[in-house]
Design a binder for this molecule. Structure first.
Ligand SMILES: C[S@@+](CC[C@H](N)C(=O)[O-])C[C@H]1O[C@@H](n2cnc3c(N)ncnc32)[C@H](O)[C@@H]1O
Length: 247
């Protein structure tokens, strides 16, 4: 009996230790580029209203506040638009534009913004690797949980650089593939038991972790980009990637 009691804390300790270790870096598995289709857009809209997503979006807004955004802010891969809704509440004087490759997401985001009575927010269809804005016309670019979907991330960084004004800034939030195992297994559990069928079919949210980048890979990507000032802040399961275009 005493031996059994002794082995229980050891077992719990071993499990917690395992969950706390970062995942070994397996090769990146690409995910589908756009979250297209009415069912998928609706399911994602539903899921991204959950408190976990709201907490992520609030964390991004807190990070954004440190960079004092002004003027026009573009969200690349804006999905149903909930990040821009959060930003609009804290920064009512920003002009906000969401861009998404999926027509259904743009439709959902436009309806959500209208319902929330947001006048300073617009959504349009477009791709990260070919953004629908003139050169040097945007003050700030944000993006959340979209980078790992982009088929040509290097080209997307060039595009973001192109549309930013001199001194303009970029803040990208995404998962990291070498996340703590606890986070990875939580997404596997969510995929299996919590998310709607349409999302489960595309292996989300676990697929997002497998498709995301490590801090080193992001660092290499930024190194090859024209951004001269840049930083990567790593959380246990996510990355904040910031860069500024030269004046
Ligand atoms: C996981 S959702 C994230 C949505 C939103 N940013 C959020 O935080 O809830 C990823 C979004 O990126 C969009 N996307 C994927 N590839 C894209 C690309 N190359 N250009 C623009 N949007 C893209 C998808 O259609 C989808 O709406």
């Amino acid at each position: 009996m005493k031996r059994k009691l002794l082995s229980l804390p050891v077992l719990i300790g071993a499990i917690l230790g395992y969950l706390g270790i970062p995942r070994l870096r397996g090769a990146r598995q690409t995910s589908r580029e756009a979250i297209k289709g009415q069912d998928l857009a609706q399911a994602y809209d539903q899921v991204s209203r959950l408190p976990q997503f709201q907490a992520i979006h609030r964390m991004i807004v807190r990070e954004l506040d440190q960079y004092s955004p002004e003027g026009t802010l573009v969200d690349v891969g804006s999905g149903p638009g909930h990040l821009l809704t959060e930003i609009a509440q804290v920064h009512p004087f920003l002009k906000l534009v969401g861009v998404d490759v999926s027509a259904e997401m743009v439709e959902a985001a436009t309806a959500n913004a209208r319902q929330a009575g947001l006048r300073q927010v617009r959504f349009r269809q477009g791709q990260a690797q070919s953004l629908p804005f003139p050169d040097s016309s945007v003050d700030f670019v944000v993006s959340s949980l979209s980078l790992h979907h982009w088929s040509e991330p290097d080209k997307a960084l060039l595009e973001i650089h192109r549309i930013l004004k001199p001194g303009g800034q970029m803040l990208i939030f995404d998962a990291r593939r070498d996340t703590r195992r606890a986070f990875y297994w939580a997404t596997v559990f969510a995929r299996q038991f919590l998310v709607p069928g349409a999302i489960k079919e595309i292996n989300e949210p676990a697929g997002s972790i497998l498709a995301s980048y490590t801090p080193q890979e992001v660092s290499d990507m930024l190194e090859a980009s024209p951004f001269h000032l840049r930083s990567i802040r790593s959380g246990p399961a996510w990355l904040f990637i910031w860069a500024r275009k030269a004046w």
